[in-house]
Ligand binder design. Structure first.
Ligand code: CP
Ligand code: NVA
Length: 308
């Protein structure tokens, strides 16, 4: 595997399988009470420029469970926030810690950090991508559906970091992805073009939610205004009015379709309360799996990344 996890494209099919198999092993070990301290003595830095519940907790609890230590870093509190360069920060932190997870705005910052860091850099969300989330989501789909091959996954809503990450995953793995976004809120053009070119089972880019949801095995949605877009909330609510995942839309999917959301959610906006809290929703299991998958990513990258 590569040194870093900056995008799904850092993985080949073996890389995906290694993460999913390791996550399953770690989940089983945790459930059976077995101590597994593969990262004993190791330290993970966690640099946050944006809020987080799941990402912070899954990485921090995860490194602790693996016998290591997590250090929370906020830009406000470190010299990066006062103009120290990304390159100097990356080179210096590499002398103290064994890996770093970064949640920030620009993908470029993470890429630059990784260029100068000699330790693994993990993307904990940028405006462009959220690879750790989509890896946990696919792990959840494997648990719930027995695999992902040949499934239809429908993504309804904003063409944001989650959509881009789903497109990247569909470029690599054999499932069909159908996306419905309102005009003006499309995913990243280059990512979509590459995804359509590389996908084996196809990526459909649509405007009508029911077309995307039709016959789907999974319906996925995310907030209409992501972190950093709060001042667009009102105009986005108007633009996305017809894109709510409600019971009618769920009725277009297969009877045994599962409903997914990366969280945090806004009930009554992108998803109806009766759907997110209904019997087909898997959101809490999905959130739990962040822990197991983040542990797998840390274990693989922070013990050298090579096949063992
Ligand atoms: N899904 C997710 O990344 O949640 P947080 O923003 O709470 O980390
Ligand atoms: N698209 C959302 C995902 C949150 C996990 C955001 O960037 O805010």
């Amino acid at each position: 595997m590569k040194k870093d996890m900056l995008t799904i494209h850092d993985l080949d099919v073996n890389g995906f399988n290694r993460i999913f198999n390791t996550a399953k092993k770690l989940k089983d070990q945790l459930y059976s009470g077995e101590v597994h301290d593969s990262l004993r003595g190791k330290t993970l830095g966690m640099l946050f420029d944006k809020s987080s519940t799941r990402t912070r907790l899954s990485f921090e609890a995860g490194i602790h469970q693996l016998g290591g230590t997590g250090i929370f870093l906020s830009r406000r509190d470190i010299q990066l926030g006062r103009g120290e360069t990304v390159a100097d920060t990356a080179r210096v932190v590499s002398r103290y810690i064994d890996g770093i997870m970064i949640r920030t705005f620009e993908q470029d910052l993470i890429e630059e950090f990784a260029k100068y860091a000699t330790i693994p850099v993990i993307n904990g969300l940028t405006d462009l991508l959220h690879p750790c989330q989509v890896l946990s989501d696919i792990f959840t789909i494997i648990e719930k559906k027995g695999g992902y091959e040949g499934l239809k996954i429908a993504y309804i809503g904003d063409g944001n970091n989650m959509t881009n990450s789903w497109i990247n995953a569909a470029a690599r793995l054999p499932f069909h992805l159908a996306i419905a976004c309102p005009e003006g809120y499309d995913p990243d053009e280059a990512i979509l073009e590459r995804g359509i070119g590389e996908s084996k089972e196809g990526i459909e880019f649509l405007r009508i939610p029911a077309d995307a949801a039709s016959g789907a095995d999974v319906i996925y949605t995310d907030v209409w205004a992501s972190m950093g877009q709060e001042d667009e909330q009102e105009e986005r609510v108007a633009a996305f009015r017809d894109y709510q995942v409600d019971e009618k839309l769920v009725g277009c999917a297969k009877d045994d379709a599962i409903i997914m959301h990366c969280l945090p959610a806004h009930r009554g906006e992108e998803i109806a309360a009766s759907v997110i809290d209904g019997p087909q929703s898997v959101i809490i299991d999905q959130a739990e799996n962040r822990l197991h998958v983040q542990k797998a990513i840390m274990e693989i990258l922070m013990t050298g990344g090579d096949e063992k």
